[in-house]
Design a protein around this ligand. Structure first.
Ligand code: AMP
Length: 249
């Protein structure tokens, strides 16, 4: 069984992002970029399935600038088998990503596609669901546990009231939640080995997909500064402030 994992190169989660002075976006010059954290979890899960002999091949796909190769290499160093880079310098939105991933699925015919539940740069939480709709495949979003039982997938999801387990008929789309696993670090020998693993390079035009944005960003601004809080002496004082100052009760 083949598994496809989609990984996005994003601003590292430790970076405090700064808004550009012209308010058109965030500053990316000299900023550390890394694999989207939820995608690391997706790669780790695919590798665990391979180690359990449930999966024969793991293919990593990334869509973005040339440097996304490094993100693919990281996944290969963790243990994936080969990569596909769909190179574009243009901004790429979830619907275009989903359309491109659909084309890759049509060619590669995986039984399972694992994505992160959301990319921490756009916070869209859309790509997996859109891909599932385009392919008409089953989907299990926000997975916190994944098991393969014969030809079915058991996906545990965290929902408001507790846990829900879905039984999916493959091929399926899975999106990962934080508690699914703890991704491994690549060892030095595996980083060296990953340099020899193949990465196929493509462009969106090779698939005949128009990636022009459907959404326009009007303005990006810093959130307002939080004002200092006040310590109150008593509950009646709090109630008084909520009633007469904040006017919320
Ligand atoms: P989003 O819908 O943008 O929040 O992204 C959800 C997931 O879709 C990510 O965690 C990735 O697994 C995948 N994804 C989004 N954008 C890309 C991209 N440019 N290249 C590869 N995978 C992506």
């Amino acid at each position: 069984m083949k598994v496809l994992v989609a990984v996005k190169r994003v601003v590292d989660y430790n970076v405090k992002v700064r808004v550009k002075s012209d308010n058109t976006g965030i500053e990316l010059t000299n900023v550390k970029m890394s694999m989207n954290p939820f995608d690391e979890i997706a790669v780790e899960e695919a590798i665990r399935l391979k180690e359990a002999n449930k999966v024969s091949e793991i293919i990593i796909v990334s869509i973005g600038p040339k440097q996304s190769q490094e993100t693919i290499r990281t996944a290969l160093a963790m243990g994936a088998d080969r990569g596909i880079l769909i190179e574009t310098e243009s901004e790429i939105q979830p619907l275009s990503v989903a359309k491109l991933l659909k084309e890759v699925c049509d060619q590669e015919k995986p039984e399972l596609v694992i994505l992160g539940k959301q990319a921490i740069d756009d916070d869209a939480n859309q790509t997996g669901q859109m891909l599932s709709a385009l392919l008409n495949w089953s989907q299990g979003t926000f997975a916190s546990k994944l098991e393969i039982e014969e030809d079915k997938l058991l996906v545990t999801r965290e929902i408001d009231g507790g846990l829900e387990t879905l039984k999916l008929t493959m091929p399926s789309i899975i999106t990962t939640d934080l508690r699914l696993n703890e991704p491994r670090y690549a060892s030095l020998p595996n980083i060296m080995k990953a340099k020899k693993k193949p990465i196929e390079e493509k462009k969106p035009e090779d698939f005949g997909i128009d990636i022009s944005p459907r959404l326009t960003t009007l303005k990006v601004i810093e959130p307002p500064k939080r004002e200092a809080g006040v310590m109150l002496e008593s509950i009646p004082q709090l109630v008084d402030k909520l009633k007469n100052e904040a006017k919320v009760i």
